[in-house]
Design a protein around this ligand. Sequence first.
Ligand code: CO
Length: 636
Amino acid sequence: MTFDKHGVLEMKEVNYSSQRPKAKNPIKIQDVSFRDGHQSLFATRGRTEDMIPVAKMMDDIGFYSMEMWGGATFDVMHRYLNEDPWERIHTLKKHIKKTPFSMLLRGQNLVGYRNYADDVVEAFVQRACDNGIDIFRVFDALNDFRNFETAVKVIKKNKKHFEGAICYSLTEPRMGGKTYNLDYYLKKAKQLEDIGADTICIKDMAGLIAPYDAYNLVKALKDLTDIPIHLHTHFTSGMGDLTLLKAIEAGVDIIDTCMAPYAYRTSHPAVEPLVISLLGTNRDSGLDINKLAKISKEMEKVIPKYKHLLDDTKNAIIDTNVILHQTPGGMLSNLVNQLRQMDALDRIEDVFETLPKVRKDLGQVPLVTPTSQIVGTQTVNNVLFDKDEEYSNITEQVKDLCYGLYGKTTLPIDKKIQKKALKNYPKGETPIKTRPGDKIKPELAKTQKDVKDLAKNLDDALICALYPLTGKRFLKWKYDHEQVPDEVKPKTMEHVEKEQKIVRKALSGEVSLKKKKEKPANLRTFDVFVDGEHFEVEVADPNARGQAVKFEKKKIKTDTGKDSGNVRAPIPGMVIEYKKKVGDKVKAGETLVILEAMKMQNKLDAPVDGVIQNIDFKAGDSVNKGDILCYIKQEN
Ligand code: CO
């Protein structure tokens, strides 16, 4: 690339037409609206039916690739949307025939939250290839590339594109310091070159990378290797567009952007202003701005279905906390939710203050799924529960991390905490040093046997291998063994308009809050938030005559009187497993229930000695905070 004497990009006469001459070194653009875009803004709730109307138009743009799968999409689709994740690839392929599909793969974690056995990894990546994924962006939360080995073998065998990603992390506001400095990233890039990466991605999931750091890093990477460099950043901190521009000047090959309706806030810079900014330069993208504008206009039509998911508590669309605390946007909202659910939102500043120490104790790991949740949840535990001792309530995931099950941490874990975490740890008290996958026994055959009556093919079985409880529940919906609950059904625009009308009326005080005595059979329930308060609103089917509207504040089940033996859910979540059954004798401190909350598994222990008298839930049930999970009758 060339600069004129003022250091700006070489500029030709500006030509807006899509037929304009090709630039010397056009920037390649991957659109991420269909994966990271709605994941960042709308809790990954984007439905395939809302992507179809623009799919063909997107294919005609000339994007380098479209990221449309992986990350949280697999989880959310089968859990909350009643959509088969595999099916989305086929459906979109029918409309998008020219543009390669890319997915985000969490290395040995695939699209889940733990390391899976090699046989599951092999089968999953093979099926992803077979189903139509062309480019695999592979990352590991610890940047431990031993966790790539199994996946990359399969990607290479299928002659698909292997993009090796380095998670971008910081310990201070700018690149540098003892750990995450230029040298760290160059070493990691060299390792990726050695294992055969077709492209190298700097994956800045939190929007941390500052423009001049991006410039220096890209320049250094371009000097180091001939492998194309891809930059993934988020707008979260507000630096996104500046960073992309400086990276482009430094010679980055590929960047990630979203269409305007899916851009900004915790998402990505929009493509449109970049296309205009680069017009006529040697990095001109060549994309047609008029075609892009048409797509954005079409996309806006479905946005009202998702708008309630946007975090609109502040007017600012940037989050300065990201720069102050180096925490990814998703992790921040998780922490806030977690504290809110525990009625402890006032402790957020304590959490921010404690987080760097917990992170350092746990090996100064990058903060990305799942390490962001691991560090975040442990920090919340320390802030809320530590009274006489440090780390009084260590999560299962922290124990696994201390054992080495996630891989090698950036710095060694604090020895004292590691020892405490591994006391009585079932796999052993001495941490492993090998690739975690070597320690996990094959899992696929067992899952296949377990779900043989439910799963009709390997893709079905793989959903259950990754998500045992919700995967089975999804297959029951898929094959009509169980009725599909209303809350996972798609919303129509008609319903969205009705909801908006209700909220407007509620705000102006027009809606009566009287309870209806009888409930028509055709009611549908919606969650509506009015001035920060949560209401369940039931709306009669639009085809039914008349309309019943009911506001009811969510109540928590309580059972007073014999409370000391009650084991209550400390946070809302899903019951994974009861370790005891009715009639079992238990001692105080023994584990009774495993509860999954905020994607983390929590052990709940018996508060007293006694005999289990009631168990009110079963594995797979969702519970509210305060729900009584079981009752222990105390012995006198
Ligand atoms: Co991202």
